[in-house]
Design a protein. Structure first.
Length: 617
């Protein structure tokens, strides 16, 4: 029956055996009842097929299709045409969803009678959830809103993902909102077509999707991780040109305006692979020719929010100045903000240069971008952290400036802490934060927020944001991507030791009632190994490791369903000694460069046996 299911979820599967179970588990345990799950396997070469068969036998609402490899777009369209639910969703099989995601989206769609209903996604990387840092996409999910036409909110074009949405299936079919077969970036044409024809679109600020970014050691890379190749950029351009053709031929009176608003919001995507221009001659030639063709179609092109650096990219591409673009990529803009003839100007090395002519207009500051967010000094001790000397030019019309410590739990706004920065004169902002008021079991990512007239621009604070950083507090740290974070997690009195038979983590008895688990993740396979808990002690016998040769394991802590990398600052004592378990087996507990806790396991007997077996084969 057509309406037997409330929702059909199409799962696109290709070589995701390491993540597929987690994805399917997040679907079969959704709080929304009456969900149809349609898994389309695009001829996987790993064990994904066997996993799908296992789940199909176990759950009556799962249907699986095994097809010859024709690409994700064809697989997705096939699933959409098979769907019988009132609403339909498409997801990737390496991602997961909060268990109430589809109930939240379904209830909103029913309440508003929306053709498209959208929620907020987060990034999931190595077991940790993080905010999506793309500046413009954030605007879409910043506040709840309902629109009747894309012209009410052109910034919606920034969100071109299919997986954080549900669509009215009848609407999707009637308006032929399918993905172009054979196209790599096929989600964008589908989603944008749906935006154009939708009679009502509802946008939520609730988290509904965890978008996995695979670790560096993952065997199979995602499309995002392959974006630096020439063929990948050609695929990206194919998607853009397909959409330009659509806007040129759509039978709507405002088609030219729609095309221009769309193009203004895809310029930034043209720069994702721009670094390849430096050392790849074939890429450089293709990039200049094809990118210029797109940029020439955009009117008033420098009237954008991309910032001075990217406007210089545009200028050099349009003028076919390969040499200057390469020099800019090798030597990023530096300089002070100066006031000249009533305008604020970024006085960089290219401003009024004798080497290359660039119009002064391109150096005028109209909007803030991350390159202009600079604190003169940040300091921290055990009780406070101070942020000093952030200059916001008056041309950027703003109401206030704040520091946001955003909890990684994403359990609600009440977990976040926001502090006003004070204008010390001449639009220079500073402030201090009392670290003693933070929740004792959370990790916070640090942002500066600029409150404008109709939106909030949010910038992640990182090493490039700080001219000076003086810190004596280990809990204030830089992540692997050099972003500033603060950990208030304190397992008071806890210790980690290598004993005669196992690895042991012990906490004080008054912390033993925490809803907490400890586990290791093997870097190559991402296999998760749980510690066994006994009262206030977690232990893991060495026998778990004898199936490995030389492997590295990272420690993780899970509290209230949120995962954190276990760091030295979270525990009182760690024994970083090397333990010999027998003649050829060694175990070493150590701290990484980022002061995170890891374990090195060396099984020389395993390596010897493996070499003998390979020789026999």
């Amino acid at each position: 029956m057509c309406d037997e299911y409330k929702l059909s979820v199409v799962v696109l599967v290709y070589n995701t055996e390491d993540y597929l179970r987690e994805c399917l588990d997040s679907l079969v345990n959704q709080t929304l009842d009456s969900i149809e799950i349609i898994a389309i396997d695009d001829e996987s070469t790993d064990n994904s097929r066997e996993i799908l068969k296992e789940y199909e036998e176990k759950f009556k609402n799962i249907k699986t299709v095994f097809q010859e490899n024709t690409g994700g777009a064809t697989a997705g369209n096939r699933g959409l045409r098979m769907a019988s639910g009132k609403y339909v969703a498409i997801i990737d099989s390496d991602d997961i969803l909060p268990l109430d995601a589809y109930e939240t989206l379904y209830n909103e769609a029913e309440k508003e009678n929306a053709d498209v209903t959208i929620g907020k996604p987060l990034i999931l990387i190595d077991g940790v959830t993080k905010e999506i840092l793309y500046k413009f996409e954030q605007r879409v999910w910043q506040n709840k809103k309902v629109i009747n036409n894309i012209s009410e909110f052109y910034d919606l074009f920034y969100d071109s993902f299919y997986w954080n949405k549900i669509f009215n299936r009848k609407f999707l079919v009637e308006n032929e909102c399918f993905m172009p077969d054979g196209m790599l970036y096929a989600d964008r044409p589908m989603v944008h077509r749906a935006y154009i024809y939708a009679r009502k679109i509802s946008i939520l600020d609730d988290v509904v999707y965890y978008w996995r970014k695979r670790g560096k050691e993952a065997q199979h890379k995602s499309i995002t991780q392959l974006q630096n190749s020439l063929s990948n950029y050609a695929d990206r351009l194919e998607s853009i040109k397909y959409q330009i053709f659509f806007f040129d031929n759509i039978k709507l009176s405002n088609r030219y305006r729609l095309k221009q608003e769309f193009l203004k919001r895809i310029i930034d995507r043209l720069f994702f692979s721009i670094d390849q221009v430096i050392g790849n001659r074939n890429f450089r030639k293709f990039y200049f020719n094809e990118t210029k063709e797109v940029l020439l179609q955009i009117e008033d092109i420098y009237n954008n929010e991309l910032g001075i650096t990217k406007n210089l990219y545009i200028y050099f591409i349009l003028n076919n100045d390969k040499k200057s673009l390469i020099e800019l990529l090798l030597n990023p803009l530096k300089g002070k903000i100066i006031k000249e003839n009533g305008d604020y100007v970024w006085n960089t090395q290219y401003y009024r240069s004798n080497q290359v002519y660039i119009p002064d207009e391109l150096f005028k500051i109209r909007d803030l971008n991350k390159n202009l967010i600079i604190f003169e000094n940040v300091w921290a001790d055990n009780n406070k952290v101070g942020f000093e000397g952030l200059f916001i030019p008056s041309v950027v019309k703003h109401k206030k400036v704040t520091l946001l410590f955003q909890s990684r739990t994403f359990m609600g706004e009440e977990e976040n802490l926001e502090f006003n920065l004070m204008n010390k004169g001449e639009h220079v902002y500073s402030g201090e934060v009392d670290l003693n008021i933070f929740n004792e079991m959370l990790i916070y990512d640090v942002y500066v927020c600029i409150y404008l007239e109709n939106r909030v621009d949010k910038f992640r604070i990182n090493k490039n944001t700080l001219k000076s950083f003086k810190c004596t507090n280990e809990n204030l740290f830089f992540t692997q991507n050099d972003n500033l974070s603060y950990s208030s997690i304190n397992l008071k009195g806890s210790t980690i030791h290598l004993t005669g038979d196992s690895i042991k983590l012990t906490v004080l008895p008054n912390n033993a009632d925490l809803n907490m688990s400890i586990f290791l993740v093997e870097r190559n396979t991402e296999r998760r190994i749980e510690f066994v808990r006994e009262n206030n002690c977690w232990h893991l016998p060495y026998s778990f490791f004898y199936d490995y040769s030389t492997s590295t394991f990272d420690f993780y802590l899970e509290i209230n369903n949120q995962t954190y990398r276990l760091a030295n600052s979270m525990v009182k004592e760690i024994s970083t000694n090397k333990l010999q378990l027998d003649k050829k087996v060694f175990c070493n507990l150590y701290l990484t460069d980022k002061k995170n806790i890891s374990l090195k396991f060396i099984n020389k007997s395993y390596s010897t046996l493996r070499r003998i077996a390979n020789a026999i084969i």
